[in-house]
Design a protein around this ligand. Structure first.
Ligand SMILES: Cc1cc2nc3c(=O)[nH]c(=O)nc-3n(C[C@H](O)[C@H](O)[C@H](O)COP(=O)(O)OP(=O)(O)OC[C@H]3O[C@@H](n4cnc5c(N)ncnc54)[C@H](O)[C@@H]3O)c2cc1C
Length: 263
């Protein structure tokens, strides 16, 4: 037996989530689970108040958790994220799939969340808590409340790069995805590189980041980063690719991303 509970505000809905409940955002994953007869939850929580506000200011970009991928694509402020949103599923999925839901999507999903990790995002919960995205992933649990919005960096033009590798074009799921934030022009510093579908959650390639800081983005400058880029990753086998394959090809794709020019 499945019950559906609708609350007027996000705060009230957040108070109702917990074990045995699923919040219904876009529903692309929750409704699939319902249709498959998933018995792990018996309550669906909905909110009459959905945050779809996208706003840029001097501090960066604010994205309401209820923003869909189509909403990202319609936003000028979020233009640097268009290549990411465009590669989440097909048009029907993008019309429903939310940024908040993507944070909770299990392997191999979570393309948008991978980009947010590279962009040093902060997760803002409906009850006022804020936590860095890495802490969020470390304790990811959809019984912890509801995310109201996300804030992240808004890189200078060309400093953000994105690459998704999939077997089925144009809308296959990720064999892996890579997001890189390379501030500082020809010799970037404070580099952040995140891999999706290379672990249970999106993960940073911290050894590669350290090896890239201050280096020029050419064959010689990136060589050490390619050597160490899988050190912090934990790929797993799935029907798309084995962990071994993912490990072997990660440096190849990172090289393409880093030498491929600024998007
Ligand atoms: C055919 C198909 C193709 C897909 N392709 C891709 C793809 O290419 N890339 C990709 O990354 N994903 C893909 N997905 C997965 C999914 O569509 C996306 O990850 C999407 O962003 C999930 O968002 P949603 O709003 O639909 O989540 P929902 O199904 O509504 O919810 C998913 C989970 O997130 C939790 N949740 C949602 N919002 C919040 C919130 N604000 N606070 C707390 N918890 C919340 C829910 O409780 C639930 O556990 C695909 C799915 C399908 C069915």
């Amino acid at each position: 037996m499945l019950s559906v509970e609708t609350y007027p505000t996000l705060g009230e809905a957040a108070g109702a989530v917990g074990q045995g409940a699923q919040y219904l955002a876009g529903g692309t994953l929750v409704m699939r689970d319902v249709n498959y007869g998933d018995q792990s939850f018996s309550r669906i929580i909905r909110s009459g108040q959905v945050d779809r506000d996208i706003r840029a200011d001097a501090g960066g970009l604010r994205i309401g958790a209820g923003t869909t991928m189509a909403g990202i694509l319609a936003s000028r402020d979020a233009e640097f994220l268009h290549p990411v949103a465009r590669q989440v599923g097909g048009p029907a999925v993008r019309n429903m799939a939310t940024v908040g839901g993507n944070l909770f999507a299990q392997h191999p999903y979570g393309d948008f969340a991978t980009a947010l990790l590279a962009l040093d995002a902060q997760i803002h919960w409906a009850d006022g808590r804020t936590e860095p995205i890495e802490g969020f992933f470390a304790g990811r649990d959809n019984a912890r409340g509801l995310v109201s919005h996300i804030t992240c960096a808004r890189p200078n033009a060309g400093d953000f790069r994105w690459l998704k590798i999939s077997r089925v074009k144009p809308k296959g799921v990720s064999v892996m995805s890579i997001a890189a934030w390379l501030p500082g022009g020809a010799r970037p510093s404070n580099v952040r590189i995140a891999f999706g579908a290379m672990g249970p959650t999106p993960l940073r390639a911290k050894a590669a980041e350290a090896a890239l800081n201050g280096q020029s983005l050419d064959e010689a400058g990136i060589a050490q980063a390619l050597t160490v880029c899988t050190q912090d990753l934990a790929p797993q086998d799935d029907p798309l690719a084995s962990a071994w394959y993912r490990q072997e090809v990660a440096p190849v794709h990172l090289k393409r991303l880093l030498l491929g020019g600024r998007s």
